[in-house]
Design a protein around this ligand. Sequence first.
Ligand code: UD1
Length: 437
Amino acid sequence: MILIMIESQWGSGMDKIIIEGGRRLKGSVEISGSKNASLPCLFATLLTDEPCTLNNVPELNDIDTTCKLLEHLGKKVERKDHSIQVTSRKPLKTEAPYELVKRMRASVLVLGPLLARFGKASCSMPGGCAIGVRPINIHLSSFQALGAETEFSQGMVRLKSNGLKGKKIVLDFPSVGATENALMACVLAKGQTILENVAKEPEIEDCAKFLNAMGAEIKGAGTSKIVVQGKDFLHGATHQVIPDRIETATYLIASAATKGEVELSHTYPKHLKVIINHLIKAGIKIQIKEDKLNREYATIFCKVQKAIKPVYIKTGPYPKFPTDVQAQWMSLMSLADGNSLIQETIFENRFVHAAELGRMGAKIKIKGNQAKVSGSGRLSGAEVMVSDLRAGAALVIAALAAKGKSVIQRVYHLDRGYEKLEQKLSRLGARIYRVHG
Ligand code: UD1
């Protein structure tokens, strides 16, 4: 077998990642822009024909899919490094096809802006995925509350309205996507909308900041109640996307798992309080230093001197422990000195990685939404398969810490959400290669 050191981050669906584990990560890494903040901001450009520029957008497959979808709808998308400029090239279409929606569930975020601007929008219904059923009922009931009619036919959901009207809407659950979709719909609705029980994730606040720069009047984003004064139109704007808190958490845990010493720059520790607190409880030394050149950013230093202590986690909506870091935490706990418990409350099937970690020697028992992890302090390399993006991150972390060689299959999931993963880890001293399939 020929091992090829990765030159480009893009590979085919059959690519594998090979990791020769057991090396402590050491050095520094710059954190990329947030995937989950970039996506709604890109969809928000549908709310205007004027040019919009987004900076600090990561180079990822999900971003490519979003750009393709915007182009399909009639936008012109120009990318240079981490900046994306979106302009209107022709009258916009209002239908997102199955071909693109099946690649990325977040494509449903076309619905809010298109409905608000054109009084109609349709989108192929996203199916379930490896981590759960993931319905869009909360998105749709918000649109209905604003005055839209919904219709389902041939796998599509079609929305129409004779002009959205602001209202008080209480979400059944603080869904991230439903909050973003409702927000992008009501910025152009008539009058005031009050959204309650909304998601408080930093990505919502970032999207609202961009919408306000476009002329929207949104107050309270980042809290559970958002008040929006509807406008007749929005204009173009430029926005700097926040750093990726999930990528930061992944590198912090990778560093801890390998007993490493890593510094992560260009990140916002304020978005990572719960992760940092749990790492400290696990015995990891964390230091934070403000960036002198750009005071918005900070560098987080992470060092492990002793055995990792077992620490219980329960996932929940922000500011609780993020479900997107649960899998990585499971890898860390498999390496801890003792038993721990993980409770998943957001997705009903988000423990698929446990069986793959088992192939590397982890001892995990699943019962309902709980995972009991018997930490043994060590793992051994194995051939494993990625089921979803964060499960992939967990397997990479386990492989970095494990003794011997691991082969990780189905890495296309990782390419959706981790920019230059192999390059960044190589820079930290990992032996990691991609084999193109
Ligand atoms: C977003 C994130 C994803 C993260 C998740 C939870 C993006 C692109 N993705 O996904 O990485 O794991 O938040 O933090 O930002 N639900 C319903 N009905 C709905 C909507 C959601 O029942 O209409 C349920 C889902 O099935 C799930 C839970 O609510 O069980 C949370 O989902 P949601 O917050 O909507 O996640 P996403 O926005 O899809």
